[in-house]
Design a protein around this ligand. Structure first.
Ligand SMILES: Nc1ncnc2c1ncn2[C@@H]1O[C@H](COP(=O)(O)OP(=O)(O)OP(=O)(O)O)[C@@H](O)[C@H]1O
Length: 359
């Protein structure tokens, strides 16, 4: 397997940049997810790596060899990149083994070697006992495993997954997530996994590249994205983080500083070297909001919605004097908040979002 390096890549269609100066390094054997809303450039990135599109600027290297630059575009068949698509497109008239071996047959690989490689690929996806079945007689998840085996039989240097679970129902998705994770652990394949589903990305990836409008917003581990978002887009995109205006009152000390948010003074986590500033933003999570017990603390406002969900209610709240700052949190049973009611809440913690342009 080989690593992948995307270096300052730009891709424009007409005058607009579908990708704008994107740099991502995927280590040998790493599982990296590319996550972002519709139109952020995920598919374009995948097509560039596979060689179906050329780059406008920058370069793509696989295993240390440049395969794309404005002067060079190594054709897809010479990149040894495997792709697993969401619609697995298996030949219905061929058995599982024939589907997997078809490309080798076309490439005139001898029968004995072909059979051995098909067997090996089937073993990698735990499908040995299905070699003679037709795709019509397999479940959606099994078909997706055949599609993976078909890509692995060509011994790719890296594997791209393009929303491979998008067509599967919720239960199957969960079990396929486990299978992909297990497959990655067993084989150490370098994987770039494109998805707009953040739960999937979080469950599977070593690191996640969050994209928006063709730009890389943050490249970090799932935990870091959740706890230390680099900007407002990542803060609000990942797990519906709430972004609140704040003034920073004290300089950073041991990874924390004091801020004033919605009239409340609060100690939040922050990056090293933060200094006092106005018009900052903090990110807080539903679990960091609670009902104030003391009359003087926190901030007052109105409950706009309370939906009981069994064991707890999801409560939405609008602080006084900050009409466009919607907060949400869970109140465990006994649920007392009701829409239209008044309440006093307090924040217990948060993360100071770094200033725009800060590292
Ligand atoms: N061949 C093309 N010609 C012109 N514009 C294009 C072309 N391909 C993509 N784009 C534009 O580039 C941007 C990124 O598209 P892309 O398909 O990469 O996004 P995506 O993140 O994969 O979206 P989705 O999740 O909806 O598939 C979009 O604004 C899209 O309209």
């Amino acid at each position: 397997m080989a690593g992948l390096s995307i270096h300052n890549v730009t891709k424009s269609f007409g005058g607009t940049n579908a990708l704008d100066d994107v740099s991502i390094d995927v280590a040998d054997g790493e599982f990296l997810a590319v996550l972002g809303p519709s139109g952020c450039g995920k598919t374009t990135l995948l097509r560039l790596i596979a060689g179906f599109e050329d780059v406008t600027g920058g370069r793509v290297s696989i295993g240390g060899r440049v395969v794309s630059s404005p002067e060079l575009n190594v054709p897809p068949e010479r990149r040894r990149v495997g792709i697993v698509f969401q619609n697995y497109a298996l030949w219905p008239h061929m058995s599982v083994a024939e589907n997997i071996g078809y490309a080798l047959k076309v490439a005139r690989v001898g029968r004995a070697e072909r059979e051995a490689r098909v067997k090996g690929a089937l073993a990698l996806v735990n499908m040995e006992q299905y070699a003679d079945r037709r795709p019509a007689n397999l479940s959606g998840g099994q078909r997706q495993r055949v599609a993976l085996a078909r890509c692995l039989v060509a011994e790719p240097s890296l594997v791209l997954f393009d929303e491979p679970l998008a067509n599967l129902d919720v239960h199957l998705r969960a079990s396929m997530e486990d299978e992909f994770a297990d497959f990655h652990k067993r084989t150490g394949t370098t994987i770039l996994y494109i998805t707009h589903d953040q739960a999937e990305a979080m469950a599977l990836a070593d690191r996640i590249a969050v994209m928006d409008h063709g730009r890389l917003m943050q490249l970090a581990t799932p935990r870091e994205l959740y706890h230390e978002p680099a900007n407002e887009m990542v803060a609000s995109f990942i797990s519906q983080g709430m972004v609140l205006p704040a003034d920073v009152l004290t300089a950073e000390k041991k990874g924390e500083c004091k801020v004033k948010v919605l009239g409340q003074e609060l100690v939040v986590r922050c990056r090293k070297g933060e200094t006092p500033r106005r018009n900052a933003r903090i990110c807080c999570r539903a679990s960091q909001i609670e009902a104030a017990t003391d009359k003087g603390e926190g901030f007052a406002g109105t409950i706009t919605r309370a939906v009981y969900r069994g064991g707890s209610a999801r409560v939405e709240f609008e602080p006084d004097g900050a009409p466009h700052t919607g907060l949400h949190f869970d109140q465990p049973d006994p649920v007392t908040f009701e829409a239209g009611g008044r309440a006093r809440l307090r924040l217990t913690s948060g993360w100071l979002i770094p200033a725009a342009g800060a590292g």
